[in-house]
Design a protein around this ligand. Structure first.
Ligand code: TLP
Length: 346
């Protein structure tokens, strides 16, 4: 199977497994796991932040951040197609008692003017804005990179009103590799950032939430409250340390494969392909079967892909490149899609 559903499907490499097997471990709830501590220190340094916390998933990292930055009864500003708003099961309402206020961006990116208009004025009968969240790279926008200047304008507007800004940076290292701008620059000024080890970096489990020392010590309490206090996490942290050393620069290969995939698909009549900026290719079937039907046909021929935007858009498909995908896989996929769509139009 050529599995292009997500970069979450990556499995640990031999080198990563060996590092996991060697890991020195302790009880992390007692703060005694040396490998986890080392990973947290490296992650904080990578993001240019004071401290970091290892969490089981990106969702938990985002939700801990929301819980720490807000209090019940506030609003959280999110982009309409963001992961936090669409694919985290209303957890901000469930765990933090806050409601999302949505801004429609242009392919995931909204402007400082849009933000300024969405911030609540200080009136006692309105829910105050407690937090703004951005997503970089933006998953549903096809792995789009937030332009640095636009992100900085957002930070300025929010901070001028005393409102913190959290970054869902699940794939921020893809943005680093694609732009050549270090992640710590891309996230400078954000009050917290979450990035994932279990996507393109190829780890089996784990994300890091980064921020100030004070924020992370509160985040540690909330993680425990959410049931995310884990014990001998060094085995997982060792995979993370291995990935930070060996799997960042190679993301460039995934970006190149995504570019080739998009180039190939855009030659196929009936498809409109969004030019990828990182490792996610989104395309629309303008003429032909539904996304669900095409995915089923591809699956029957050994290629897995997912309907885009968690299936909410019946004509769009998402394909994600990662370390389990070779250049040959890309040409086989393009050939298969071309064949399936030709079959449709005949
Ligand atoms: N994204 C997954 C699915 O949930 C859609 C994927 O296959 O891409 N932020 C962003 C931007 C994400 O893309 C994801 C996962 C998360 C957060 C949540 O991470 P996990 O799955 O570790 O909770």
């Amino acid at each position: 199977m050529i599995d292009l559903r997500s970069d979450t499907v990556t499995v640990p490499t031999e080198g990563m497994r060996a590092a996991m097997a060697r890991a020195e471990v302790g009880d992390d709830v007692y703060g005694e796991d040396p490998t986890t501590r080392e990973l947290e220190e490296k992650a904080a340094a990578l993001m240019g932040m004071e401290a970091a916390l290892f969490v089981p998933s990106g969702t938990m990292g985002n939700q801990i951040a929301i819980a720490c930055h807000t209090r019940p009864g506030q609003e959280v500003i999110v982009e309409a197609t963001s992961h936090i708003y669409n694919v985290e099961m209303a957890t901000m309402a469930r765990f933090s008692g806050v409601q999302p206020r949505v801004i429609w961006g242009e392919r995931g990116v909204f402007s400082a003017e849009q933000l300024a208009a969405a911030l609540r004025p200080d009136l006692y009968y309105l829910a105050p804005t407690g937090l703004v969240c951005l997503e970089n790279t933006h998953n549903a926008a096809g792995g789009r990179i937030w332009p640095l200047s636009a992100a900085r304008e957002i930070l300025e507007v929010a901070h001028s009103r005393g409102i913190p800004v959290h970054l869902d940076g699940a794939r921020i290292l893809n943005a680093q590799v694609a732009t050549g701008i270090p992640a710590r620059e891309l996230v400078r000024g954000f009050d917290s950032v979450m990035f994932c080890l279990s996507k393109g970096l190829g780890c089996p489990v784990g994300s890091l939430l980064c921020g100030s020392r004070e924020f992370i010590s509160e985040a540690r309490r909330v993680r425990k409250a959410m049931g995310g206090g884990m014990r001998q996490t060094g085995i997982l942290a060792a995979a993370g340390l291995y990935a930070l050393e060996h799997h960042i620069d190679r993301l460039a290969e995934d970006h190149e494969n995504a570019r080739l995939l998009a180039e190939g698909l855009s030659q196929i009549p009936g498809l409109a392909v969004w030019p990828p900026e990182t490792n996610i290719v989104v395309f629309e079937i303008v003429e032909g079967p539904s996304a669900q039907e095409l995915c089923a046909r591809l699956k029957a021929n050994g290629v897995l892909a997912s309907p885009a935007a968690a299936g909410t858009d019946p004509r769009k498909i998402r394909m994600v490149t990662h370390l389990g995908i070779s250049r040959e896989d890309i040409s086989r996929t393009v050939d298969l899609v071309a064949r399936e769509l030709r079959g449709q139009s005949m």
